[in-house]
Design a protein around this ligand. Structure first.
Ligand code: DGJ
Length: 376
């Protein structure tokens, strides 16, 4: 009897899991060992004809793994490559000791130092989401293990290049406001209230991504100022630090989950609003220059459930290798009470009137990008 039940469960699992060379957004996605892919809030890297998928390791309290990594040649089948970044278990006071929280890891490769560089959102043990730091780790191998280098709040002592002299020198302080969300508070926020507060200690850095442009320059984009404003900051040539040059995007706009790509010389950014683990309406920004001005456009999700981004939140936009202008939206469908069961939403980016749109497709594969009707 027990065997029959097990067999039944196995058959059910096999049917509901994605199988073969096809993407089935929202379905269970198993790795090449038949285990659930555990790489949430992830980022991808294409290196030496292989894709690497880095993501938060969820749902296993005993495990020291903070970031897991998988590899694939075709984007459909993923091999578990184990731990990319693990907790430091020898020193309970270490910033990545057990109890810390690592989210939204992204990895880029630096030609100059010949190292893979991981950026992640780091929260410290026992401090909830208050630390709001970026963490940096490096490895000689794409699959790691990555060695922790440092963590901090970016751009301490630097003003954003798009902040006016008046905003920089304003004496209006956060403590001047008894209540938040008033008209006066919103205006002050727009005018750099929180950026000034954090000028000396560095800007808050929560949801984040890293982007390498065609010229090899890399940028860190992160939710700052209590998640009210995005920052886009230049990294040094070795990708290990911030240069101090940065802009504020959509001040007071409350954006999380930044993900970015470039098509025909235009930069596009998909973000979400801020509603914790719950989905909300996606946002789209574009700019002719990485340095802005970034202009907001309507929600890029189109179709049923568009107001909830198809129950997902952006984490990365992947350029498919070897196919012109083929980009995949990658989002998380978070299940907070069972994070391991959070699902992955991969959908092809399409275009309408020159702007990216994301439409729901139950099942699709990379040949989608070969049909020019889909790629206008
Ligand atoms: C939304 C963020 O996008 C996630 O990465 C995570 O930080 C949750 N908030 C936590 O509530």
């Amino acid at each position: 009897m027990r065997n029959t039940i097990l067999l039944f469960a196995f058959i059910l699992l096999s049917f509901s899991a994605s199988a073969g060379d096809v993407f089935t957004p929202g379905e269970l996605w198993l790795d090449s060992d038949g285990a659930i892919i555990n790489a949430h809030g992830g980022g991808l890297l294409y290196y030496n004809n292989t894709y690497y998928w880095y993501g938060e390791h969820k749902g296993d309290r005993q495990s020291p793994i903070l970031v897991g990594v998988y590899s694939s040649k075709d984007l459909y089948t993923w091999k578990n490559e184990g731990a990319a970044l693990s907790m430091v278990e020898t020193d309970p006071d270490h910033v990545i000791a057990r109890g810390c929280n690592v989210e939204r890891p992204k990895v880029i490769y630096n030609e100059k130092i010949k190292k893979f560089v991981m950026y992640f959102h780091l929260e410290l043990k026992g401090q909830g989401y208050n630390a709001a730091r970026v963490g940096i780790a490096t490895s000689d191998k794409a699959t790691g293990p990555y060695t922790f280098v440092k963590s901090y709040r970016p751009n301490a002592g630097y003003w954003p290049i798009d902040m006016t002299e008046e905003e920089r020198t304003s004496t209006v302080k956060v403590t001047d406001f008894k209540d938040w969300w008033t008209v006066a508070w919103r205006k002050a926020t727009l005018e750099g209230l929180f950026n000034r507060r954090d000028h000396e200690g560095g800007q808050m850095s929560r949801d984040q991504t890293v982007y390498v442009d065609d010229d090899g320059k890399a940028y860190h984009i992160f939710a700052s100022e209590e998640n009210l404003t995005l920052n886009l900051a230049e990294l040094t040539d070795d990708y290990l630090s911030h240069t101090g040059k940065y802009i504020r995007i959509a001040p007071g706009g409350h954006n999380e989950a930044p993900s970015i790509f470039k098509k025909d010389g235009l930069y596009f950014m998909v973000t979400s609003g801020c509603t914790g683990w719950d989905p909300n309406e996606g946002r789209l920004f574009y700019s002719n220059s990485i340095w802005g001005p970034w202009q907001q456009q309507p929600n890029p999700f189109v179709g049923n459930d568009e107001k909830l981004s198809f129950h997902s939140q952006a984490t990365y936009i992947l350029q498919v290798a070897g196919k012109k202008d083929a980009f995949i939206y990658i989002g998380d469908r978070w299940i907070p009470r069972n994070q391991l069961d959070s699902r992955y939403i991969w959908l092809p980016i399409q275009y309408e009137r020159g702007l990216p749109v994301i439409k729901w497709i139950d099942k699709w594969d990379l040949s989608f990008f070969d049909d020019s009707d889909n790629q206008k």
